[in-house]
Design a protein around this ligand. Structure first.
Ligand SMILES: [Zn+2]
Ligand SMILES: [Zn+2]
Ligand SMILES: [Zn+2]
Length: 217
């Protein structure tokens, strides 16, 4: 399931099952960033899945040089576009070392390499949040209490993400509404743009919801 093999499997998937299998891999292990259509918001890291599904994801470095590992230990997970993630965004080679994921629990996989040989695999390891991401979260109204992993896709973080800079957010929302053909993700009916809202689910999916359906969330 680690990297190359999973990519080969993915290419063999039929188009209609692709989103499901991508989601399953995002939940169990993660997908190489360089393989995904990803973008940085003001506060969150997004990926586009087929059929215009937008999700916010966690990102961690999954391939570490052995020397780095001995110096710094396990990687951390990122949930905002911090300096490290911005560097990854501008470097394709570097982005091959990072995985995007939607884990329900604090469990991540990574491995260490030396030259071309893979040395150690770590599976289901709990990781610490990135200090830079944490600082952005605290400075952005996230509060001072320790960030429990369960909150990463829970209400607190959603509130923090929800404060995406308005201009950026509106741009993304219009794009999303256009790609989804003005269709509400809940009732699947088409609506004028004015009656559609963006709704951030706790699992990270960014949905479009009509006024009628929004009342029922
Ligand atoms: Zn970070
Ligand atoms: Zn609806
Ligand atoms: Zn809503």
């Amino acid at each position: 399931m680690f990297f190359q093999q999973s990519l080969r499997e993915l290419r063999e998937e039929r188009e209609e099952n692709l989103t499901d299998s991508l989601l399953e891999r995002l939940q169990k292990g993660g997908i190489e960033l360089s393989w995904l259509d990803w973008l940085l918001g003001e506060r969150s890291i997004f990926i586009w899945l087929p059929k215009g599904e937008l999700w916010s994801v966690l990102v961690h470095e999954a391939i570490l040089n052995d020397s780095t590992f001995h110096r710094q230990g396990a990687p951390c997970y990122h949930f905002t576009p911090c300096e490290e993630i911005k560097r990854v965004a501008s470097d394709i080679e570097l982005s091959r070392r990072y995985l995007a994921s939607l884990p329900g629990e604090n469990r991540f996989d990574f491995k260490t390499i030396s030259g071309r040989s893979e040395l150690r695999f770590f599976r289901d390891k709990p990781l610490e949040p990135c200090p830079l991401c944490l600082e952005a979260y605290r400075g952005g109204g996230g509060g001072q209490k320790p960030l429990d992993f369960n909150e990463v896709h829970g209400k607190n973080l959603r509130k923090f993400y929800g404060k995406e800079r308005e201009r950026e957010w509106n741009r993304l929302a219009s794009e999303l509404i256009k790609i989804r053909h003005h269709t509400c993700d809940i009732c699947q009916k088409s609506h004028p743009k004015e009656s559609l809202h963006v709704h951030w689910r706790e699992d990270g999916r960014v949905e479009i919801v009509c006024k009628n359906c929004e009342r029922r969330i």
